[in-house]
Structure formats: C-alpha cells, structure tokens
Design a protein around this ligand. Sequence first.
Ligand code: BLA
Length: 509
Amino acid sequence: IDVDKSVDLTNCDREPIHLLGHTQGFGCFIALRFDWIIAYSSANTNDYFGADSDDVIASPLKNWIDPQTLHDIRSAYQASTITGRNERLFSRAIEATGVPVDISIHHNGTFIIIEFEKITDDRVPEDSFVRSMLSQFHRYSDSQELINSTAQYIQFLTGYDRVMVYQFLPDGAGEVIAEAKNENIDSFFGLRYPASDIPKQARALYLKNLLRVIHDVDSEPVPILPEAEDAEDSIDLSFSTLRAVSPIHIEYLKNMGVKASMSVSLIINGKLWGLIACHHYSPLIPSYFVRTELELFAEVFSLELSSRLMREREDESNRVRNVHNQVMASIGSEGSLLGLLEKQFDTMRALIQCDGIGAVIDEDYRTAGTALSADWVHQLTRYLNRQASSEVITVDSLEKVLKNYDTSSDKIAGVLAIPVSKSPRDYLLFFRMAQTQTVNWAGNPEKPVSFGPNGSRLIPRSSFALWQQTHDDRCEHWSDVDVRSGDSLRVTLLEVIIRHFQERSELQS
Ligand code: BLA
C-alpha cells in the first residue's frame, strides 16, 4: 500500500470544526446582540422570515416574532444562561410568515443564538417515548443486553437504517459493540475503527454538545451572513443544532455510502464513553422533539449503563478472588513450582485476555497457547531484570525492547510479566499477538489509497492503511484492569511460593 508518509493524521485534530461559518439547510440561524438586534443570519432567512438576510440583519427580533413567542424566547434564553444548555420551544410559528417551527435558544459566549426548524406537514404529535424505554431497563439481565435492546429500540423509533453503539477504547480507537440494522445492509458489528476517525476536537465538542445530526451529505451548507474574513473570526457554533459538518467527515460518510447520520454522546464519569451512532442511506432527520427526547434518554441510559458496568466490575473482582482460591487450594508440596504453575495455566489465562501464557522459573520455561520462543524469553528476562521492579511490567511492543526482534515472524507482539520471586528473577508471562492479527479492523487494506478533494489529507477510509503500518508491531494495550488483575495474581503467587517452600522444608525436616 502506497501511503504518503508526509500526511499527518494530527492535522485532523486542528480543524476548527466549530468555526465553519455555515449551517446545514434544515433550519434557519440567527445571532443577536444583547439589545436583541439581529447581527447575523443564515442565507436562507427568506424561507422563514419572508425577507432576505439584508433586511433581517440589523432589525430587532420583535419585528418578526409575536409578543408571546418573543416573551417565551426571552425566558428560554434566561434559563439557558443558567443551565448552559440549549433551551427549546416546540410547535410555534414565525408571525411574519406563519411558518410553523421548533425553536432552539442558547448563548454562545458572545451572541444569543436562535435556531428555527420547520415543522413538516406530516408531523404527528409525538408522545414522549423516554418513559417507555426506561420502564424496560429492569428486564435486561446485563449491560450487553441493555445496550443491544437500546440499539434496537432506537432503530425502531427513528427509522435509521443502522443504529450502532460505539465504545471508545483506552487508546481512542473504537468498536461497534451493538448494532440494529435493516437486513439488506452489511453488518459493522465487532468492527474496530482507528482513533483518528473521530479527531480530538470533535470528541471534546461531543462532550459538551450531546447530539448532532447530518441531514444530507449532498446538501450545500448555508453561509452565515455577513461572512467572516478569517475562520478565526467566525461565529462559535459549538452548541448550534444546525452547525455545518466538517467537509472531511462529509467525505468519510460519502465513502461509506451514507447519506445521513446522527450521533448521541454516552458520557460516563465525565468522559466520552461512547456514541450511539446512526446511519441512513437516504436523507433523514428526526424532528427536534425526537432529538430532544433522545438526548435525555442517552443521559439516563449512560447512568444506568455506568451502574451496571460498576456492578459487573465487582463480579469481575470476585472472579479474581475465586482464581486466587483455586490456585491456593491446589498447592501441595509435590512436584516443582513450575509444574504447579503449569497446572494452573488455564485458570490463570481466564484472568487476563491473552493469546498464550508461559512461566520461566530457574531458567526452565513452560507455555500454553501462542507463546514466545525460549530463545526470546531468555532475552526478555534479561530486559525484565533490568527494570528493577517487583511489580507487574507491561510491554505493548517487544520490538521496542528486544534487539532484532521481528513481530511478523515471531508472532507475539507484547507481554505482561509478573515477577514471582526476587533473585534470580522468575516470571509468569501473558502474551498477546499484534493487533493487526487479532483485531477486526474496519476498512479495506486492499483498497488503494487515494486523495480526496481536501488536498493532501487522507481520505478518511484509508486512514486504516496508516493505522496498519503503525500497529503491526503492537498488541492491544494492557489496560489498568489487566495490570490490577496481574498484580493481585502476583500477590497470590507469592503466597503460593512461600507455602510451597514451607511445606517442602517441613517434609524434609
Ligand atoms: C466525526 N467520525 C465523526 C463522527 C463519527 C465518526 C461517528 C461523529 C459525527 C456523526 O455523527 O456522523 C466516525 N462513524 C464513525 C465511525 C463509525 C461511524 C468510526 O459510523 C463506525 C461505524 N475522520 C477521519 C479522518 C478525519 C476525520 C482521517 O476518518 C480527519 C482528517 C474527521 N470525523 C472527522 C471530523 C468529525 C468526525 C472532523 C467531526 C464532524 C463534525 O462534528 O463536524
């Protein structure tokens, strides 16, 4: 694969996606100064106000809006300065034209932002569905079932062709952990995507603004007038519901064949845990009311998910304790320590996700599963001994620590090592193969890399090629949970060893 090495994926992180100076065409945008005089408007005001931007700009809002709605807008604005969020008014009308609209109001730090979305004729009065979704929660036995059912329910409700729950991993990559979709499209379930597919500033934004929709990737963005000379001077659209989308991301969706998308943030403990990500293969936009409901639902869903995940983590530590007990119970004085560990290989492998396990005691080495060869283990122990640590040691890429090591021929990419004695150092070793061997990465490595209209930037789908080049010598990152499990196993094993030697010396005396 021919990848231009000069292309730097961190470019993406620098695109100011909140300063694009454009909105999507499914609504009308105005920005007001504190005196409630309109300072900016999207170029499509005629469809809403029956007047062009030239006439709307510099006029007071009260010229266009009836007193009651104006009053409600002012109250909503006051509320939004307290909540820091968009306040919403549903099923209103613009007096000047009679156009029926839903209205979103917030303050962006400089301006009062008011956004109008037309209500289409075929809109039926929508009932709140959050309550009925919440009432089902108790039926789900574990977090995975909760996630699956939620994807299904949201697909049923919104009609998107595909609804996914996308979970972020510690290194910023993400995986589709649940999917509800129409039968006639391929599944993305279980696929993993590189961190660069959703750049940093987008994630930061999604932490503040919980839902975004892309109505139609083929529709022209509407300029906000008067246009700023520099992007930096553009109006801050961070909380705008109509914000135009990064052209890079539009290209990404086009490459996927997707016409419309929506994503809702799932936030746990203040961190972006994942997204509910939806695709449609023709233009689609749920009403502002439905989106408002979905936002609320996602917040409650995140709380429920968080408490279930916490409970499941507790179950996990019980499991660790069981392994501890099992290992302890098995110790006898018979046989060598190595033989004793070997008997527990399967039990211990269940603790930490790995492709193989090994133990090296007094330079004797035994393994199960896919493991490092004895020659390399010899070199590895020399490296580990130099770490002067009595704690768990992790290596994500052996190529970085072993001279002349080649992951592609030696298979194993990384190791989690548990020192089980002081000197000479003995170790229990958990092995992982390269991510490129084990992970179901999305993107087609056979597809030639080409450059899209956005200059020398990578077209999004081919970021996979770059990822593969940088990840074929690296295993899945050893997480904090892995290290903690390893550490409690280390404590267990130290006890085992002490007991083992005690019983032996008792036998001998
Ligand atoms: C945004 N990228 C996004 C979003 C998603 C993804 C969900 C949020 C916006 C939305 O709702 O559509 C990525 N979408 C995915 C993934 C899946 C999916 C992984 O359905 C998996 C099934 N993207 C790139 C590269 C760049 C990039 C290389 O691949 C940068 C050069 C940019 N992605 C990018 C940008 C945004 C984005 C800038 C923000 C779009 C915006 O909110 O304006």
